[in-house]
Ligand binder design. Sequence first.
Ligand SMILES: *Cc1c(COP(=O)(O)O)cnc(C)c1O
Length: 364
Amino acid sequence: MNFNEKLESIKTYEAGKPIELVVREFGIEPKDIVKLASNENPYGCSPKVQDAVAKIVSNMSLYPDDSMLSLKNALSEQFFVEDENIIIGSGSDQVIEFIMHAKTNFNSKILINSVTFAMYEIYAKHTGAEVIRTASQEHDLDEFYELYKSEKPEVIFLCTPNNPTGDAIDSKDIFAFLQKIDNDTLVVIDGAYMEYATYKDKSKSIAPKDLISKFENVIYLGTFSKAFGLGGMRVGYGISNAKIIKELYKLRPPFNITTLSLEAATIALKDKKYVNRCIKLNFDEMKRYEEYAKEKKIDIINSYTNFVTLTLKNRQNSKDISNSLLKKGMIVRDLSGYGMNAVRVTVGTKEQNSRFFELFSELI
Ligand SMILES: *Cc1c(COP(=O)(O)O)cnc(C)c1O
């Protein structure tokens, strides 16, 4: 059977290996498996979410509220924007998909960092857009600007803090960069880990309101999958000016967010105390990774997120090490596919991190 030829160049996205597969492949008991591969919140979501969701489980026959009013109200209160500035996706992944279809086709280009979130490229391939990458591993906005001038991309993605490296761009540099970009080019600020960056260092913090009140060609992306502990619920959002949101809405499938997910995200957003506590614990535990790396003389990238990236020595191979860890029930992310000899490890609970240090030390 023939398929759309665009599919030939698309590799299926490899998500962090699910616990279920490790159980089946290696016969390890689920309780002995530690997953530090997808940057989920190891403490889970606010207990208030569980109570609220439990209450509405009995009411699943009706379609969800497609206006998403309560979640939009919660987001507009949080970010000081209007409902018309918000679009909600099944994960911010889906908003990336809308953006790509709204702005690009096979004649288009997108500009991204050399090492960054894999979904930008995958969605670009859906529309046939060409992907231009910088050479620098960290976001170098001068290089972005040079490539912007020579390549004229339709969309520029800035992922800050960046996945899978954890570093972040100074917000003042982003604002200076945006000043130089023409209104026809859409700039996406992917803030999937912004809650962590804001906590650690205000100079890396970007408020969507500041972006959209100054620039009409920018969209901010956020998600409930990371700090809010709702990876299983699939909720993300885009914040931009009303004109852009209106165009993206044309691509949105009806009822793209389930009733349970809408409720969970709304309640999670309001329990700020809980999220802040998780973020504080995250950075407390991250210190242990920094000390561990120092002790073992391993390079660690200064991270503004809930994961750390450990760069291995030449004689060690991140793919082999990740596989060996997997056989012991420890799931981390090998970054060899990104051209790095490194592993990305989500900062887990105290026990999970101790287990990581123990197993990793056996291998290096
Ligand atoms: C996790 C992540 C997302 C989106 O996650 P969703 O679960 O689809 O909301 C987007 N960008 C980056 C950089 C991420 O790490």
